[in-house]
Design a protein around this ligand. Structure first.
Ligand SMILES: NC(=O)c1ccc[n+]([C@@H]2O[C@H](COP(=O)([O-])OP(=O)(O)OC[C@H]3O[C@@H](n4cnc5c(N)ncnc54)[C@H](OP(=O)(O)O)[C@@H]3O)[C@@H](O)[C@H]2O)c1
Length: 299
């Protein structure tokens, strides 16, 4: 069997085109364009690339962007002060703080990441990291959906992959990907995306016993681990759908958490790295920024 390749890049372009059109309609109705404010503390090269990509994507969609560069030794008080200003600025629709924040080894001031993320106004929290937004998601009445899991929901939906009644194994329990992914797929009423709920979900992690067997029981296997090619062909059930969230740099190559060629030989569908889940994350960030602007316009 050679698996169908799920083209996240093409689907992300389609979603971005839809958002661009909706932004145009929003502005034509007399509103100011949505605006995304990104805070980047320090000069980590990978973070600079991510922030630049987000800025470019905003521009293409007609969303304004504001990049707030703060020095590596920014204090907690200074950062919280800047977030408070952006919270209060009516021209700012969405706020994101680029992670990771610099560690003390990198010259950072020992910033408390949790307190920083908690300080973002939940109504502008386009990454959906605040406890309010996590709680609403847990209760099945989300305001913002976290971007990477939402991108995967969109990918499954737009590729006609049914989740209802399926056994989904999510490997990795991070707050950013694994935990919200599991919660979204387990929802009863499709509140987290059309036709993408009612799955029976297993959330696996580094202490999971018999990981190979657990993964082999999945109809849909989602890997968000951060270990290059950790999911091997013998961990995949014949005909399963495999979604690879991992982005790992190995030499000058980017590889996922799944051994792609081995997966392709047994799965019915797989996502490539790059060009799979990654582009969808940015598309869903644009979606959240537009949603934030719409809610603020209605308030
Ligand atoms: N495509 C995108 O847009 C996107 C977005 C975000 C992240 N990513 C990528 O996705 C990957 C995961 O990111 P993350 O932020 O979720 O990572 P993370 O916070 O480091 O979490 C990794 C998770 O994997 C689990 N894990 C580690 N080793 C394992 C093992 N041997 N067996 C089973 N589980 C294991 C950990 O378990 P414990 O909890 O037990 O430690 C943890 O829950 C990374 O490669 C990251 O770059 C991609």
């Amino acid at each position: 069997m050679t698996a169908r390749r799920l083209d996240g890049k093409a689907i992300a372009l389609q979603i971005r085109a839809e958002i661009t059109e909706q932004v145009g309609q929003f502005v034509a109705a007399g509103h100011a364009p949505p605006k995304l404010a990104a805070i980047l503390v320090g000069d980590d090269p990978a973070s600079q690339v991510y922030v630049r990509n987000k800025e470019r994507a905003c521009q293409k969609a007609g969303i304004e962007s504001l990049l707030d560069r703060m020095p590596v030794d920014t204090t907690q008080e200074q950062l919280l002060g800047r977030i408070a200003e952006l919270n209060a600025d009516p021209s700012v629709s969405g706020i994101l703080v680029q992670l990771p924040l610099p560690s003390k080894d990198q010259g950072g001031a020992g910033l408390d990441e949790r307190a920083v993320l908690d300080a973002v106004d939940p109504g502008k929290d386009v990454d959906a990291f605040s406890p309010v937004n996590v709680g609403l998601l847990m209760q099945g009445r989300p305001r913002f959906l976290p971007c990477t899991p939402h991108g995967i929901i969109q990918l499954l939906h737009r590729c006609d992959i049914e989740t209802s009644g399926k056994h989904v194994v999510v490997v990795g329990r991070s707050d950013i990907v694994g935990k919200p992914m599991a919660m979204m797929l387990a929802q009863k009423d499709g509140s987290c995306g059309p036709r993408t709920a009612n799955a029976t979900v297993t959330l696996a992690h580094s202490r999971t016993a018999n990981l190979t067997e657990v993964c082999r029981s999945a109809d849909i296997l989602i890997a968000a681990v951060g270990r290059p090619e950790m999911i091997r062909g013998d961990m995949i059930r014949e005909g399963a759908v495999v979604i690879d969230v991992g982005i790992n740099r190995v030499g000058d190559r980017l590889v996922g958490d799944v051994a792609f060629e081995e997966a392709e030989a047994v799965a019915s569908a797989t996502t490539p790295v790059p060009g799979g889940v990654g582009p969808l994350t940015i598309a869903m960030l644009l979606h959240n920024t537009l949603m934030a602007a719409k809610w603020q316009a209605e308030a």
